[in-house]
Write a protein that binds this ligand. Sequence first.
Ligand code: UDP
Length: 472
Amino acid sequence: MARKPNVVIFPSPGMGHLIPLVELSKKLVLAHDLSITLIVPSLGPPSKAQTQVLESLSPGSINHILLPPTNPSDFPAGTRAETLICLTVAQAVPALRDELKLLIETSGKPVALVADFFCTDTFDVAREFGVPSYLAVLTNAMTLSMLLDLPRLDEEVSGEYGDMDSPIRFPGCRVDVLGSDLPDPALDRKDEAYKWFIHNLRRTNLAEGFIVNSFTELEGETIQFLQENVVSGNQPIYPIGPIFQSGSSNDSADPSGCLKWLDTKPTGSVVFVSFGSGGTLSSEQLKELALGLETSQQNFLWVVRSPNDAAANASYFNSRSGSNPLDFLPEGFVERTRGRGLVVPSWAPQMQVLSHVATGGFVSHCGWNSTVESIVNGVPLIAWPLYAEQRMNAVLLEKDFEIVLRPKAGENGVIGREEIARVVKGLMQGEEGAAVRERMAKLKVAAAEAVTEEGSSTKSLGELVSKWKKGH
Ligand code: UDP
């Protein structure tokens, strides 16, 4: 029997990178009869969340190889998450080379290597073996536009982007962003993380194409503009979204029983509150959020992490809190909100929560996977960006797609309890909530259409795969 063409996929550390690349893998196997080898670097031992995802894959069609983890204590304390990701990837390159060599000797040459933005160092290895590389931009076309434009800004702008007087309109985009909305690594140009950011940006031209987790009906104009004016035809952009977590119907994925709790609540009555796989709030912000949810009088399901006053992505590499997050809630909060609210420590089966009929709103950090999962379920959002490219996503969702309400922070940068109560109530009961819900419902339909047999994203992925198979 002829071997199936094999694609090597290399996700950088972080659940937000692993989950969509695993989902892409499943799609490539099921719809296109490819085989996948996930080669996975990790910073420290793999997290429970990461292991669960990898172990749920059926070996044979999707194999995974865990590379020897890097040791977090080898890096100076205080090194930013983005730098740690890039250092981990750079250190994994020799092991990737060995694995690729072995793979070629035993199973033949892969038809492609797909890696996310932090992993452009892997493109050199792919090139050594004559394997074409593709950049998976696991977010939207607006972020791709920013990535492609930033080398220009890097040359033209002196000083920090956060201090720029005028807003920026990235090529092909319909809305402006402020310099301070740019991803965290771009906000301190002296930091090592910015150097890595630019390093990866300058190497995007090594990719044979860009895979974007967006779809024509959502960002067609931007994609078309980028394709016609920014990148050459030799670097096609493939909008193949929505790629989203398929979720598991397994009870073990819901140790807190939040799905059973949702079963007891009326349709559309619960606001889900979660800040992605690693987002954390300050102690003060955590308290205000608790009191805001309490004041709103709405049903809520809240995934709580222990606060961190130093960083908003403190749980990025493990998703879990060291201490019990419930200990940080205001005294008596759990008792006072019992029945109406459920707090779940660190992790919930998000996709199942969002697809549950009882869920009617989502307070989200606007990570792109969370956003996509909300779109495919038609759940409107309250935008609460924390780090990475989330501030840009929030602008896109608020100003362009108009599917979020956005609370305002006070002068101290903290969003107060009254403001939280106001937007939560507004989303669940107000006219402003009804308007964003209606637009979200339309996007849900468009997202579903994009992945039908004749859909735009199905077609785009088909083109990409046929290119791979031709080179096979
Ligand atoms: N996720 C989850 N349960 C949680 C928190 C996160 O299943 O309690 C999943 C979520 O469904 C999404 C991913 O983790 O698929 C988070 O990705 P996103 O891009 O939203 O944010 P990041 O974690 O990268 O900041």
